[in-house]
Design a protein around this ligand. Structure first.
Ligand code: THU
Length: 130
């Protein structure tokens, strides 16, 4: 199954009764394993989690920690753009060359690499005592 198909499929399971905006994310690790996530909202709005965060949590729970590529899809007019927090979360487990594909349900896609998605990302190199 392609990352696109996987992301489309898991998006259907999103719990988004407040925004009604379902998001699906599928990431592949260098070993070839695929991990999925969808957004999970909460009546206490800030407690909701993004699709990307869910996929990352599944990857870590499985004992992997490197993202080779990621695909994010939503029913949006333009390819859905990962939020700022998710960009930082993705950067934690990837290199600057990691491709991030953003998509719409209609089939529009944009791929950018992590470096361009989050220029100047906060990294361990910014911490004096790391
Ligand atoms: N959302 C994601 O899951 N990923 C993103 O990158 C953007 C936003 C979710 C969070 C919330 O449940 C809904 O989309 C509307 O913001």
């Amino acid at each position: 199954m392609s990352l696109e198909e996987a992301a489309r499929s898991v998006r259907e399971n999103a719990y988004a009764p407040y925004s009604h905006f379902k998001v699906g994310a599928a990431l592949r690790t260098p070993s070839g394993q695929v991990f999925l996530g969808c957004n999970v909202e909460n009546v206490a709005y800030p407690e909701g989690t993004c699709a990307e965060a869910g996929a990352i949590a599944a990857m870590i729970a499985a004992g992997e920690s490197q993202i080779a590529e990621v695909y994010v899809i939503a029913d949006s007019p333009e390819p859905v753009s990962p939020c700022g927090g998710c960009r930082q979360k993705l950067a934690e487990f990837s290199t600057g060359d990691m491709p991030v594909t953003m998509a719409t349900l209609d089939g529009a896609e944009t791929t950018v690499n992590m470096r361009d998605l989050l220029p100047g990302a906060f990294a361990t190199s910014h911490m004096k005592a790391s």
